[in-house]
Design a protein around this ligand. Structure first.
Ligand SMILES: N[C@@H](CCC(=O)N[C@@H](CS)C(=O)NCC(=O)O)C(=O)O
Length: 236
């Protein structure tokens, strides 16, 4: 029913975590971003930002033509509204979850992504950049740790905010972090990792890309880190 355009990265895992939790049927379409498949014209029609994840819901709730979506935060919100799950219907709870979802989209994801880049992938080690993003990562982990004090999940019940954040904490070692420094994050991380739906989502990833943990090839680095304003125009 839902076609998911996906690769085995943190933003991709958010969507499979949701769909596995909600028990919504879906078909995964791998888009190998290390091989440049994100520039395929058909994919760009769904995902003009040439990034995974994206999806097409062939049976939208109100009927009518298929709805296509990109941006993982918008997709999680769509799926929560369609299924009536993992987002409170009460206004206070709903906006609390949405603000943490936006926090992930605007802060946790982009900053930790820069950390991955400068700590792991950049051809030169730039101490200022590494220090800047490792420190910002640590600050964000601290914010999450404070929010989780006395709560099992970010806004009380398990929600799309947790599903957005969790996959970004999975590579904590690569981000220069120790979970022992954030005891509430550690417990939350273990709680989510133990959920059968999380395990199923990560198993799908392993099946699709068994080499996910291997060092990135030079070819993939060129594709991922050599993009500019002309790249999608050339490919489309
Ligand atoms: N804000 C976007 C970010 C998506 C994103 O950065 N996706 C990465 C993988 S995690 C990607 O597709 N990269 C392909 C590329 O850089 O060309 C979202 O949350 O959906």
């Amino acid at each position: 029913m839902i076609d998911v355009y996906y690769w085995t990265t943190p933003n991709g895992h958010k969507i499979t975590m949701f769909l596995e939790e909600a028990g919504m049927p879906y078909t995964l379409h791998p888009v190998n971003i290390g091989k440049g498949e994100q520039f395929a014209p058909d994919f760009l029609k769904i995902a003009p930002n040439n990034r995974i994840p994206a999806m097409v819901d062939n049976e939208p709730a109100g009927g009518g033509k298929p709805i296509s979506m990109f941006e993982s935060g918008a997709m999680l919100l769509y799926l929560a509204e369609k299924s009536g799950k993992f987002l409170s219907k009460d206004a206070h709870g709903r906006y609390e979850t949405l603000q943490w979802l936006f926090w992930q989209m605007a802060g946790l994801g982009p900053m930790l992504g820069q950390n991955h880049h400068f700590s792991g992938y950049a051809p030169e080690k730039i101490p200022y950049a590494i220090d800047r993003y490792v420190k910002e990562t640590s600050r964000l982990y601290g914010v999450l740790d404070r929010q989780l004090a006395g709560r099992d999940f970010i806004t009380g019940d398990y929600s799309i905010a947790d599903m957005a954040c969790y996959p970004w904490i999975v590579p904590y070692e690569r981000q220069g972090q120790k979970l022992e420094d954030y005891p509430n994050v550690k417990k939350w991380f273990e709680r989510i990792g133990a959920r059968p739906a999380t395990k199923r989502a990560y198993k799908r990833a392993e099946e699709i890309n068994p080499a996910a943990q291997a060092p990135m090839s030079e070819e993939a680095k060129k594709i991922l880190f050599g993009q500019d304003g002309k790249t999608t125009r050339k490919q489309a």
